[in-house]
Structures are given as C-alpha cells and as structure tokens.
Design a protein around this ligand. Structure first.
Ligand code: MG
Length: 179
C-alpha cells in the first residue's frame, strides 16, 4: 500500500506532468505560428513524453492500491520573443521538474517506500537526459546568435526527433519493450 502522504504528492505530480505536456504544446503552437516546423515537432514529441510520464505515475498509484485524483490543469504561458527564449523556458521548467522529483524521492525514503523509490529513480535518470538535451539546444542557439540560416538548419535537424521506444509503445497501445 502507498501512504496517504505519498499518494497525495504523486497525484500532484500527475497534474504537474500533464501541465508540463501542456507547456510543451503551447511552445509547439508558438513555433508553428512562426513557421519553425522542426522546433514545433520537437516540442510536440516532448509533450507526448510528458503524457507518458503522467501515465507512469497514474498506473503506479493503481498498482500500489491508491486512488488517483485528477485536478485542474493550469494554463501555460504562450508567448516568447525568439526561439532561444522558448528553449530557455523549457530548460528552466525541466530544472523545476528535477527538483520536484528529488522532493518526491525524499518523501518516498521518509515513508520507507522502496517501491516508490525505484520508480522515482527511473524519473531521476530520465531528468538527467531531459536537462542535457534541452541545455544542448540552448547552447547551440546561443552560438548561432542572430544567424537565421543556422537557426533554420537546426529547425530542420530537430524535425527528425522521434519518441522513445517506451513512449511509442504506450501511444500505440503495444506491449512495452524491455527497458
Ligand atoms: Mg516529465
């Protein structure tokens, strides 16, 4: 069984993952408006990954005999000046996610819930990748500065992003490959 305290905190995190998905969709919409279709695609993939994260917590609560409570999703910000600002916001957001996951891990350890700790370890590893990939894009964009040509080339490059195998399996309803 999951403790009430942890159940509540994970329910909050389900909401936050859906909110993250919403944020990335807002970013995708902004890029689409500006005709950066590759960045828009990258953000849409990111939004799908966040839905998958939410569902991972959702299923965990059921597996541990808890109750899921879905709450209202906050409206995301939807306005930026230039592409690099969007990715900077994404990076700041991922840092916030990392600190939230760390707090959840602290709580799981306090509650001596090692099953929850194992799940959260998966998320901590995931956050290392999330932060690194966004930081990498921000760094590249900073180097490109005002060069429109370079930004458009990066836009084309990011158009190739695909969802991870676990997310793809989730989205298509196929059995998950061995992680
Ligand atoms: Mg997430």
């Amino acid at each position: 069984m999951i403790s009430k305290k942890l159940e509540e905190a994970i329910n909050d995190q389900i909401n936050f993952e859906f909110y993250s998905s919403y944020i990335y969709l807002a970013m995708s919409a902004w890029f689409k408006d500006q005709n950066y279709n590759g960045f828009a695609h990258w953000m849409e993939v990111q939004a799908r990954e966040e839905t998958f994260h939410a569902m991972k917590f959702f299923n965990f609560i059921f597996d541990r005999g808890g109750r899921v409570e879905l709450k209202t999703i906050k409206q995301p910000v939807g306005d930026w000046k230039q592409p690099v600002d969007v990715f900077k916001s994404a990076f700041e957001h991922e840092q916030m996610v990392t600190s939230r996951i760390s707090n959840l891990m602290d709580l799981a350890l306090q509650e001596r819930d090692h099953v929850a700790a194992a799940l959260l370890q998966w998320f901590i590893n995931e956050q290392i990748e999330e932060e690194a990939s966004v930081r990498n894009i921000v760094d590249q964009m900073r180097m490109m500065g005002d060069s429109k040509d370079s930004i458009f080339m990066l836009d084309r490059e990011l158009n190739a992003r695909q969802v991870g195998a676990l997310v793809a399996a989730y989205l298509t309803g196929q059995p998950a490959p061995n992680a």
